[in-house]
Each structure stands twice: as structure tokens, then as C-alpha cells.
Design a binder for this molecule. Sequence first.
Ligand code: GLN
Length: 297
Amino acid sequence: MSEAQAIGKLLASAQQTLECAGIANAAQEARWLLAFALEMKHHELVSRSEQPVTAEQLTRVLSVLQRREAREPLQYILGSQEFCGLDFSVTPAVLIPRPETELLVQETLREGGFEEGAVLVDVGTGSGCVAVTLATILGGMRIFALDCSQDALKVARKNAERHGVIDKIIWLEGDLLSPLMEYSVAGAVDAIISNPPYIAESEWADLQPEVRAYEPRSALLAGPKGIEFHERLIHDSKEFLAPGGLLVMEVGQGQLPVVQRMAVEAGGYTGLQTVTDEAGIERVLIARRADGEPRHG
Ligand code: GLN
């Protein structure tokens, strides 16, 4: 091979490689990937642009570029994603937290008015972004984080450890709310929060390659309609929510009216509210368990 490449030249060719692969933010991503592979700060890529890279460094850079060219999400390569100002470790066992999901946390806090000892449940915790963020903000709560994937729970626990809240969260593996059966919390839960899978089967082929080929299918795909998990949550939550308790769910684009109608038709809920995200998409449905309703399973 010819003489060693300088960081500046490598950065330019990395950007070009990513552009050719159809990556939208090629310049920015090239900086992220090089800084990661070279273990440098972003500004060092500039200040040390004339510095030649070693053969070992070059191998590392080419390896991360190749992964990104194959459309592996940037976050899995870098191993992290920021959410509500906290850094979360992510692996292909968990969905990469999305910015719009921050609304779930904000709305839960805004609506909550939780008192000491309140019970909060994050259904489908994935990376743990929702439960861990809430645990870092709220003290004296009983927070449950549920997921059907043991591998996801491992990642979530690691994130809780990282943010010093591992002992504030009870981790349970199982299908939707079913792991709660063993705890005496029927009729006593103050908030059920969930970003459930909501991609309809027919939409699967249209997803970005990053999502379709790398993110966990079980975290994304619902059923033929896309709202199957919302339907179950609306039904199953009634047994667990205290009167006045909150159900806060994220929904996919265009799903809100039908999910809202399901909640109305299911009965037992009041104070329905919708929240729109920054892109103008109706993203969160909030409902409260009606007072004095007889509970049923
Ligand atoms: N609660 C996690 C998140 O919002 C995971 C959601 C999921 O896997 N569907 O990112």
C-alpha cells in the first residue's frame, strides 16, 4: 500500500463512501464514525487532520464504514443513543430510542402528580429508556419495567446501572402485563406507560433498511392492523389501574383516531387526550381509569 493516509483525507473519503451508500447525513456520520474508530474527540479530527493513521486505525475505520455502508444503524455501531439527555447503551436486542418517545416521559410526568409509593409500569421497556429516565427523575416510586425479551432486559438493567437507578426498578420478563399477576398490584397501578410495537405487517417491506434488517422485529411488528398491542393494553390495563390511574401509549402515524375509538368503546376510561409530536403527528394517547368502575379482567 502507498503511504499512510492523513486523518483529514480519510474523513473526506469516508464521507464520500457514505454518500455513495445513500446515507443522508454523510458528513456528520463520517465524523461520528471516525471519532469513534480513532477514539478521538470530534474537534481532534480537525486539529489533527494532517496526522497519518496507523494500519491498525485504518482497519478499524474501514470496518465501521463497511458496517454503516451495509446500513447497520449508526447507534448500534457506536453502541449508544441519547434519550431525554441521558446516554443509553443499545444493541440489536433493543429498539433504538426515538426522540418522539420522549413525549411519553414528558406526558407521564405532566399528567402524573404521583405521590410517594406510586406504582408505575413501563410495558415493553426495551433499552429501558422510559423506565430509567422516570426513575432518575422520580423518587420513592415503585417502578416496574416489563419486556418479553430476556436479552432486552439485560440491556435495560445495564442502562439502569449506568444511571444509578438499578435498585429503583423491578424487572420482569413476560408477555405484556402478564408478569404483574404475581404482584398484588391489581387496581393499584398509578400509570401504565408503553411504546408498544405498532408496525402493521403490510408496512414491513417499506421500512428503512436500517430498521428492517437490524432492529428487533418483535419490538416493531404488531399484526395485520398494527394496533393489536394497543388493543390488548387498553383491555388488560383496566384490571391493574387504580381509579384515576393513567394509561399513556405511543402510537404510529395515523393510528391515533382508531386507538382512541377503541379506548372509548372498551369503556372504563375517561379524560382522553392526544399529544402531537414535533413533526405534527398525533403520537401519544392518554387515558385515565374511570372512578367507581367495576374492575374486570
Ligand atoms: N420502551 C422502549 C422505547 O420506547 C422500547 C419500545 C419497544 O421495543 N417497542 O424505545
